[in-house]
Design a protein around this ligand. Structure first.
Ligand SMILES: Nc1nc2c(c(=O)[nH]1)N[C@H]1C(S)=C(S)[C@@H](COP(=O)(O)O)O[C@H]1N2
Ligand SMILES: [Mo]
Length: 506
């Protein structure tokens, strides 16, 4: 038996696949962010309510974007199936469904920051082809209907399967080809050609005892450094086209090029970067050696007007964050950074330039792919995350984490090393204490500190007896303030509470 309806549905899915594949290919010319899937996804990312976004990060972690794209594909497949079924009897309605798909994609693409009218092309081209493909496939599907002679049904089945196969192959080739072309055009080549200037002020040599055994390494390698941003397609910024414009409430607006930037004095600093979405015990925190030029000097040249209390950093993809101007002008090492652990910034960490500000969460300070700093007032402008329910001011809260033993681990009785990291960036860590069950707080041994701006490793030797035990950690910063035990969720300005793990000793 042939199910004509299912064939019609599959025709719809095939047509949608062609649309996406061809659009991907077209987007190799008009820019990767103009592909409909990516453009619509980006609009979703920008408008998803904060709790849903938190849920996404909590469930999918750094794979939240893949999950979003796959979810969108599934929804689209269901929609396309419906359009295919409709096409049998109500062709005009189905055509309207396709047009709607094309218009939504085009609208999403042209309204992305920095997009031109050409960004509409991939979606419109895709929708046009989808209509042709659907017309063609449903014609074959229809010829299997009741009352047709058996040879015709058989013939239509063969033709349908053949043409659906061709459609699938064309979309796959177009889609993969488009992606390959895009990545070839990517800035990987330009990045490989960058020779970082030497630091006028190199970072101090790391003390021998900077690592505690069992804690994550003091320096987080680039490939394992957490990545958080709203960019569905990593912005590709060629250094030769890069500019940083400092404007707004300044006496002397300035624009610098990549060549200008490389001529500026560079310093190297270890700075720990933490995400406000990091839960107690979470791993959205890392420490790297950054190479950059102090932003303080650049701002002094621009000469902010009194009252310009907020420096809004803007990325090439339109994302913004607002940092108190005073923080960028005080004596801390706030950097316009170009290097990370001895390499040019990895593309996903902001190549060619980003901000790194000790003491503030990333969402209010660490703009990647930065292209603009606009001096303004907090009263006049809300940066990206502020209308989405996050605090405009967000200094990093003191936190500590147990890296070993892991929660749920089983260890033999006897000596067990408890170790981890603690950070109170720009204030510094004075003390870390560990509590076993309801026992007294024991002072952990601290690894040597590099500066107040980085995390500090700690460890404690524990004489573990058989049974189930809970280990808790808390840190005290150099101002003498101990982490609060009170549990708070990451929103609106960072999680609080003590990290604890439960282990079984046998
Ligand atoms: N352009 C841009 N920069 C951004 C973001 C973003 O979404 N877009 N996210 C910020 C957030 S929330 C954090 S925690 C840090 C993370 O930097 P990383 O991905 O290099 O670890 O980047 C910040 N810079
Ligand atoms: Mo973040």
């Amino acid at each position: 038996m042939v199910n004509v309806r299912a064939r019609a549905g599959l025709s719809g899915v095939g047509a949608a696949a062609v649309a996406l594949g061809v659009a991907e290919l077209a987007a190799a010319l008009t820019g990767a962010r103009s592909a409909p899937l990516v453009a619509v996804g980006a609009v979703v990312v920008d408008h998803v309510p904060a709790p849903v976004k938190d849920f996404g990060i909590a469930v999918f972690g750094v794979h939240d974007k893949t999950a979003l794209l796959m979810g969108t594909c599934l929804l689209l497949a269901a929609y396309a199936y419906g359009v295919g079924v409709l096409a049998r009897r109500r062709w005009l309605l189905a055509a309207g469904g396709i047009a709607l798909f094309g218009l939504v994609g085009a609208a999403a693409a042209v309204t992305r920051p920095g997009a031109g009218p050409a960004a509409a092309l991939p979606s419109l081209l895709g929708a046009g082809l989808a209509a042709l493909v659907l017309r063609h496939l449903t014609a074959w599907a229809e010829r299997a209907g009741a009352g047709r002679p058996p040879y015709e049904i058989e013939e239509s089945r063969r033709r349908f399967v053949r043409d659906l196969g061709i459609v699938a192959a064309v979309s796959a080739v177009a889609g993969v080809g488009g992606r390959l072309l895009t990545s070839r055009r990517a800035v990987t080549v330009a990045r490989a050609a960058v020779a970082l200037p030497p630091a006028a002020e190199p970072a101090p040599a790391l003390p021998a005892a900077v690592n505690a055994p069992g804690a994550v390494p003091y320096v987080t390698p680039n490939r394992s450094f957490y990545r958080i941003d709203t960019a569905l397609v990593t912005p590709q910024v060629d250094p030769s086209a890069w500019r940083l414009r400092i404007h707004g409430m300044v006496r002397n607006p300035i624009t610098i090029t990549w060549a200008d930037l490389l001529k500026r004095p560079m310093v190297e600093r270890y700075v720990t970067l933490a995400c406000v979405s990091n839960d107690v015990g979470g791993d959205l925190v890392g420490n790297a050696l950054w190479l950059g030029t102090p932003i303080r000097a650049l701002l002094a040249e621009a000469d902010p007007l009194p009252g310009a209390d907020q420096a809004v950093q803007r990325s090439v993809d339109g994302w913004t964050c607002g940092t108190p101007t005073a923080v960028l002008r005080d004596d801390r090492d706030a950097l316009l950074a170009i290097g990370m652990n001895g390499e040019p910034l990895p593309v996903e960490h902001g190549f060619p330039a980003r901000m790194i500000v000790p003491g503030l969460y990333g969402y209010v300070s660490a703009c990647k792919w930065i292209t603009e700093i606009e001096l303004t007032r907090f009263a006049d402008f809300d940066a990206y995350w502020v209308p989405r329910g996050w605090s405009a001011l967000a200094p990093v809260k003191t936190q500590s984490r147990i890296d070993t033993p892991r929660d749920g681990a089983t260890k033999p009785a006897g000596t067990v090393t408890v170790a981890g990291v603690a950070w109170a960036t720009h204030r510094g860590i004075a003390q870390v204490e560990v509590q076993v069950d309801d026992g007294p707080w024991q002072t952990a041994q601290l690894a040597e500190a590099v500066s107040a701006d980085t995390w500090r490793q700690w460890s404690l030797t524990w004489a573990a007896s058989a049974g189930r035990h809970t280990l808790r950690v808390r840190a005290t910063d150099l101002d003498g303030v101990t982490q609060t035990p009170e549990k708070a969720a990451p929103a609106p300005d960072g999680a609080t509470g003590w990290h604890q793990v439960t282990v079984k000793i046998e």
